[in-house]
Design a protein around this ligand. Structure first.
Ligand code: FE2
Ligand code: FE2
Length: 138
């Protein structure tokens, strides 16, 4: 039996008040939901996951630039976590190429990770940046 997959429902409750962060996160949620549904259907996700890793790399770089420019106090653990996730994504892509489905990753681990990361490290980072007067144009 295939476990029901998690669907992240996008709503204003997920907004963090920094334009590029919210825009990237909304895009990530759409992709995560789409990949979970495809995984349940047994589809090959190599191309989607490769594109999603690129999305993450670019998004993480934007967050890290904001952290550096605002003098965020926890830039190291937040950046380390980004690097860990990119390495994990590389491992998943390798498994997909080898023919594994990685179903649990797409239906549980990845949606759960997104929600936790948004609610902790990204939340604190965005809050700090806004307090420091960060604007989209900065
Ligand atoms: Fe983020
Ligand atoms: Fe982040």
């Amino acid at each position: 039996m295939i476990a029901p997959h998690s669907v992240i429902r996008w709503s204003d409750a997920l907004l963090l008040g920094v334009d590029f962060v919210d825009h990237d996160h909304q895009e990530a949620v759409e992709t995560i939901n789409r990949m979970a549904a495809l995984a349940v259907d047994g589809k090959d996700l190599t191309a989607e996951m490769t594109a999603f890793r690129q999305h993450c790399q670019e998004h993480f770089a934007r967050e890290e630039d904001m952290m550096a420019r605002t003098g965020f106090f926890a830039i190291e653990p937040h950046s380390d976590e980004h690097h860990r996730v990119l390495a994990e994504a590389d491992g998943i892509i390798a498994k997909l190429r080898a023919g594994e489905s990685c179903l649990d990753y797409f239906t549980e681990a990845l949606p759960q990770w997104f929600l936790e990361h948004r609610a902790t490290m990204d939340f604190v980072t965005a809050d700090f940046a806004r307090e420091r007067g960060w604007t989209s144009a900065a």
